[in-house]
Design a protein around this ligand. Structure first.
Ligand code: FES
Length: 260
């Protein structure tokens, strides 16, 4: 499927390295937190990007595609496919939200849909805390690795300040190591089925065809059956141990590459 060209209606500078791009794409109305777009940037390529609202993406400048996107101005065009994938399922009762790094993009979109929540939001530094304005409907606890804002440490350290068993749903998005710590804690507390987590993997097609995004050992496709999974669906998976690069080679956390 070819991307549809859409205009960038508005650009919001969230921090030195993060911008929100509001898109003129009326068919995105009704898209869900956790869903993603395949975004094609002219002269750079295509990447999956999580929605940070029904019609926006919030993107950190990290590689070729995102850097090129950051150079664009309001009124310029990009191509999009989607929205794709399974989003977060919203449930009754109080929710616990956990986001690390740019996991805050889909989690902040979710926060705008909920009335009763506690959010744990972590970043490396205070400068990298973005989209906090979108958490105004609930309570927010912050951590930074350098201690410049909130509690010093990683976001999962904030789990010492709440009891996850008190919440009807737990939603998480962030780096694999963070997701594994949340999975292990949910398993220990016997609440894996209350946990929904958004998983990131290398995507080529984004529509369930190429197999580049599968999780071992079940072979579930992150772009199609995910990117949001229940904790019990992925507890036994590779999350937190390794991921695959563009060629399908396993990249073990800790930098050790052991081949396919
Ligand atoms: S990216 Fe192709 S199957 Fe998921």
């Amino acid at each position: 499927m070819l991307p549809k060209m859409v205009e960038i209606k508005e650009i919001i500078e969230e921090s030195r390295d993060v911008k929100t791009f509001v898109l003129d794409a009326p068919w995105l109305r009704g898209s869900l937190p956790g869903q993603f777009l395949m975004v094609w940037v002219p002269d750079a390529g295509e990447r999956p990007m999580s929605l940070s609202s029904e019609n926006s993406i919030s993107v950190k400048r990290v590689g070729r595609v995102s850097s090129k996107l950051h150079e664009l101005e309001e009124g310029e065009l990009i191509g999009i496919r989607g929205p794709y994938g399974r989003g977060f399922e919203i449930t009754e009762g109080q929710s616990l939200l956990i986001s690390g790094g740019m996991g805050v993009a889909p989690i902040s979109f979710l926060a705008e849909k909920l009335d009763d929540f506690v959010a744990l939001v972590g970043a490396r530094t205070g400068d990298e805390l973005v989209l906090l304005r979108k958490f105004s409907r609930g309570e927010i606890l912050i951590s930074t690795e350098d201690g410049s804002e909130g509690r010093r440490g990683v976001v999962t350290d904030l789990l010492e300040e709440v009891d996850p068993r008190d919440f009807s749903s737990i939603y998480a998005c962030g780096p694999d190591g963070m997701l594994r710590r949340v999975l292990d804690l949910a398993k220990e507390l016997n609440i894996l089925e209350r946990l929904q987590l958004s998983v990131e993997r290398y995507f080529k097609c984004g529509i369930g065809v190429c197999g580049s995004c599968v999780l071992d050992p079940s072979g579930v496709r992150v772009c199609k059956e995910g990117p949001v999974f229940r904790g019990n669906e992925v507890f036994e998976s590779e999350i937190g141990r390794y991921r695959r690069d563009a060629s399908g080679r396993r990249i073990w956390y800790g930098g050790d590459s052991k081949g396919i």
